[in-house]
Unconditional design. Structure first.
Lengths: 379, 231
């Protein structure tokens, strides 16, 4: 008798609206926060998938756990000797030194051998305009967002923050929009980066390609034993680390969503309970004229179901707009926040389950209403 | 049905409030046959409404047995009692007890929908009954848009929607002016004559009681006089 449930909801439109608002806010919070988690997961998966599984990353780190607490460390540039040491290791096929600098919060400059872009899986990135610089060029290729933020096109030049001398770097290429992490980078030839940042043949990180995948562990062990404060990380280690980081983020975002939904659930219990108390007489009359327990239970649950379906679906639709705005306004046109079908369907299902569960107790109170008492109250 | 439609054997109803016990019914034994028009009379607090509620499966006795068509009520669960109320008995209350948010037609159709019938079928039947009680023009009005007499006529139509064997009316004219009261009395009378339904009316309105063939007088939870049928 869904028509009766609908009629009752319309009859008490303020109460209905407030209950729906609670669910709406909770589901919007879950979907909006969840979209950032989902977007980051996607980014991690897509960027790690493009790098060869046998690649070893090397960095120079100093343990700062005494100063900064557990896990604290600082990355230092490796010097020329460190890079040379890596080149001499047995089983190494190719060594790619990369100079990396962060800027503007989101962005990163990477200087590397332009013949080695395959090691990062970058050979497939499509260009909006221009092309890769050669190793001899004093130019760079820019991620879409970097070019957008700096408002430059191919043929313009940029000055990279943090460079000692004011080098004018030619913009030689701009990647197509939506290239994932590469939306946020500036890539230039190693020699030129070395000159700009005065690293004298050093590197921030080195990527090593072994002759064979079976040598990965052996090379890693040698680096850590014989290198000067060098840390080697295999692709497996890197994946595990990133998964741990995104996992923590997932727990945080869904934790906030969960708390929001608990508050909403309490709201639902209160409004539905009040509504049952308000309608005690009506429920008593229904029982007096022959409604069985199932009918009463069904009506209360149907009311919860209608409210939750409408408000959860609406919350997902509104979140789509939110995320679009977040991506365009705050994240400068990236696709970092992402509402996946799993997230959308999961959030709606959760909203419905939450409401139906929160309606259980009020429904039970309704079922237990004594018709005689309800009728006497009306006399 | 050897015991008639209702049979009560030594029925007690004791209310306990803050340790004080009140005997609403004190050992009532009674048999009501099919087709009887019975009035239960008595001053307020004499237990007549409680008696009707116990007979009508709205309430359970503290002691004693109540049989409805030879089935003992105390052995039934809530849903079985609801089924009896829905199918066998139509209730008319002093305060009408209509559902405020529903129109006249929806109120009348409600017990039929509880009985598993669809919306359109129930509304069809409700329309027919509302026409019979003279509310053809007021079908889509909500209770607060109807006069007391009209609301009681809606309640009578509702009591008839599942075509029950018994109509139980608790002070049906209690809240009405003389004219509306007379109309309701006329309606009950013609109902009995036309359909031969068992009618049990709780009242202290002597004019309404006069229409009944059997008059049960109550005082302090006991039957003090049971004027048998002069049919």
């Amino acid at each position: 008798m869904i028509d009766l449930a609908l009629k009752d909801l319309r009859e008490h439109n303020v109460r209905t609206f407030l209950t729906a608002l609670g669910i709406f806010i909770a589901i919007t919070a879950i979907v909006s926060l969840g979209s950032i988690s989902a977007g980051l997961n996607e980014l991690v998966t897509s960027s790690t998938a493009s790098i060869g599984s046998d690649t070893i990353f090397v960095m120079k780190t100093f343990d700062l756990s005494e100063m900064m607490g557990p896990g604290g460390y600082q990355i230092e540039d490796m010097n020329k000797e460190d890079v040379e040491f890596l080149r001499t290791l047995p089983g190494v096929k190719r060594v790619v030194p990369i100079i990396s600098r962060q800027f503007g919060g989101f962005f990163e400059v990477d200087a590397l051998d332009m013949d080695a872009i395959g090691i990062w899986g970058m050979q497939d990135i499509e260009f909006k305009e221009g092309s890769w610089p050669d190793n001899e060029d004093e130019g760079a290729v820019l991620g879409y967002l970097v070019a957008n933020t700096m408002d430059v096109v191919v043929g313009d030049y940029i000055v990279l923050p943090g460079s000692e001398k004011k080098h004018e770097v030619d913009v030689m290429g701009i990647f197509e929009e939506g290239s994932g992490a590469y939306d946020l980078v500036v890539l230039l030839p190693y020699e030129y980066g070395d000159e700009i940042y005065e690293t004298e043949g050093g590197a921030t990180q080195v990527m090593i390609e072994p002759m064979d995948v079976s040598l990965v562990q052996e090379i890693k062990d040698t680096i850590e034993e014989e290198g000067d404060d060098l840390d080697a990380m295999t692709m497996e280690d890197a994946l595990a680390m990133m998964e741990e980081a995104t996992g923590t983020l997932n727990i945080m975002t869904f934790g906030i969503g969960f708390v929001a939904s608990l508050v909403a659930a309490i709201g639902i219990i209160i409004t539905m309970y009040t509504s049952v108390l308000e309608r005690r007489r009506q429920i008593g009359i229904m029982k007096a004229v022959g409604a069985v327990r199932r009918v009463i239970l069904q009506q209360i649950l149907e009311e919860g179901l209608i409210i939750s379906v409408v408000s959860s679906v609406l919350a997902v639709v509104v979140s789509l707009f939110f995320v679009e705005m977040l991506n365009n306004v705050l994240l400068g046109g990236s696709n970092l926040a992402l509402i996946t079908p799993v997230l959308a369907i999961g959030a709606v299902t959760y909203g419905i389950l939450l409401t139906v569960m929160a309606s259980m107790y009020p429904a039970w109170v309704a079922v237990k209403t004594d018709p005689i008492k309800a009728i006497r109250e009306g006399m | 049905m050897k015991g008639g439609i209702f049979e009560l054997k030594d029925v007690w109803k004791i209310y306990s409030m803050k340790g004080v016990e009140t005997n609403a019914l004190r050992g009532i034994s009674l048999k009501i046959k099919k087709g009887e028009y019975t009035a239960i009379l008595g001053p307020s607090g004499s237990g007549k409404s409680t008696l009707m509620h116990v007979m009508g499966c709205l309430d359970t006795p503290t002691k004693g047995s109540v049989f409805v068509e030879d089935r003992e009520v105390s052995e039934m669960n809530d849903d079985e009692l609801a089924k009896i109320r829905r199918e066998k008995i139509g209730f008319v209350f002093q305060a009408y007890n209509l559902i405020p948010g529903l129109t006249a037609i929806e109120n009348v159709a409600l017990p039929m929908r509880f009985n598993g019938h669809g919306r359109s079928e129930s509304h069809q039947r409700a329309k027919e009954l509302l026409r019979k009680v003279g509310l053809k023009e007021r079908m889509t009005h909500k209770p607060n848009e109807l006069s007391g007499g009209e609301q009681q006529r809606v309640a009578i139509a509702r009591s008839l929607v599942n075509d029950p064997d018994v109509i139980m009316a608790d002070e049906p004219t209690g809240n009405l002016d003389t004219k509306s009261g007379r109309e309701i009395m006329g309606l009950m009378e013609s109902l009995h004559k036309k359909t031969r339904k068992t009618i049990i009316i709780v009242t202290h309105d002597i004019r309404l009681a006069k229409l009944a063939y059997r008059k049960i007088k109550m005082l302090d939870g006991r039957i003090v006089d049971d004027g048998k049928i002069v049919d």
